[in-house]
Design a protein around this ligand. Structure first.
Ligand code: MN
Length: 365
């Protein structure tokens, strides 16, 4: 079911309140509404620098990956915008069943409350990655193979900012650091209005990971970005006058992970990732400076929404041939992708099996 989302004046003027109402109910917006929303948000984002400055209190959200009911759970436990300010760290789409609903809701929230919602780009906010990991197929399944919603969304992704700085001391990014980014000046000069390149500083910011074994940089086994060690972190924090780095991008069984006594922190917000990993998730609540809390922040840990579980079981039951075969799903015993994936991308035809089949898990993306 889709809703209008336009004012009744016949001029295709957006009605954000109606869009929000529909999206919170899990309904899809029509393609003309999505076109208007993406156009409006580009107008807004084009004015943003590659790095946006935000003040606490703020709640950080890590990867969501189309787990729409778990996003609704986040608002239930963390508060709804605009009562809670949110900084989303990227990877809104791919993997889960509801990337369209997820990104639609985040777009409308950003337009409705621009100063209270910030959206950073993740490595999945990319044409190339979404073609292979579910979002393209989901758009074609829900809107038809002829629709342009995937193009509208992925063109919008080019406008998302690359990082945020909270209270001048907390550096927030999807992936991590880059050998080409010593100071934030190197981020400010990036031309970000394009597809994420294969290498270079823009790629590294969305692809890199911390590694406690390392001192410096090492080429990442993901195939893009770097793994970075403690010396890199210390130098970056000191040169830029930052206290900590917050990032997402890596599955954490406990919902978050703390590196080097908190100098780097991972926030992971997709519980029971891909409806099968059994992991917890978290959001990071950073209190305002006047707060009496000694640490000034809290990882608010949560489990999958009952709706997510229910949906997965329903989908699993519908497909009696469902075969929980790790190999077919592209997951070998090491948890590393061995080349499986969804088919029919080339034809652009709706792939109905997609919504019956658990997306395969591949930790390296
Ligand atoms: Mn990621």
């Amino acid at each position: 079911m889709t809703c209008s989302g336009f004012q009744s004046d016949g001029n295709n003027t957006l009605n954000l309140d109606e869009c929000l109402e529909c999206l919170y109910k899990g309904q899809l917006l029509s393609e003309p509404v999505i076109e208007q929303l993406c156009f409006k948000l580009k107008e807004l984002l084009i004015k943003d620098s590659n790095i946006v400055h935000i003040q606490s209190p703020i709640t950080l959200v890590g990867d969501i990956h189309g787990q729409f009911f778990d996003l609704l759970e986040i608002f239930k436990i963390g508060g709804y915008p605009p009562d809670t300010n949110y900084l989303f760290l990227g990877d809104y789409v791919d993997r889960g069943y509801h990337s369209v609903e997820t990104i639609s809701l985040l777009i409308v929230l950003k337009l409705k409350y621009p100063s209270r919602v910030t959206l950073i780009r993740g490595n999945h906010e990319s044409r190339q990655i979404t073609t292979n990991y579910g979002f393209y197929t989901e758009c074609a399944t829900k809107y038809g193979a002829e629709s342009k919603v995937w193009k509208l969304f992925t063109d919008l992704f080019d406008f998302l900012v690359l990082s945020a700085i909270v209270d001048n001391t907390l550096f927030c990014v999807h992936g991590g650091l880059s050998p080409n980014v010593q100071t934030i000046d190197s981020i400010l000069v990036i031309d970000r209005f394009k597809e994420i390149p294969h290498d270079g500083p823009m790629a590294d910011l969305v692809w890199s990971d911390p590694d406690i074994e390392l001192l410096n940089f090492r080429i990442s086994s993901r195939g893009a970005g770097y793994q970075f060690g403690v010396n890199v972190v210390n130098r970056f924090l000191q040169l830029n006058g930052f206290e900590r780095i917050y990032r997402a991008h890596q599955l954490c069984n406990e919902g978050y992970q703390i590196f080097w006594k908190g100098k780097v922190n991972t926030v992971w917000s997709a519980p029971n990732y891909c409806y099968r990993c059994g992991n917890k998730a978290s959001i990071l609540e950073i209190f305002d400076k006047l707060s009496s809390d000694p640490k000034g922040y809290r990882f608010n840990v949560f489990d999958a929404s009952p709706d997510s579980e229910k949906e997965f079981l329903q989908i699993e039951n519908v497909d009696n041939d469902f075969d929980y075969d790790d190999e077919r799903d592209g997951l070998n015993t090491d948890g590393i992708n061995n080349g499986g994936g969804w088919q029919n991308i080339a034809t652009g035809a709706p792939e109905n099996r997609m919504i019956k089949k658990a997306p395969y898990v591949e930790y390296f993306m």
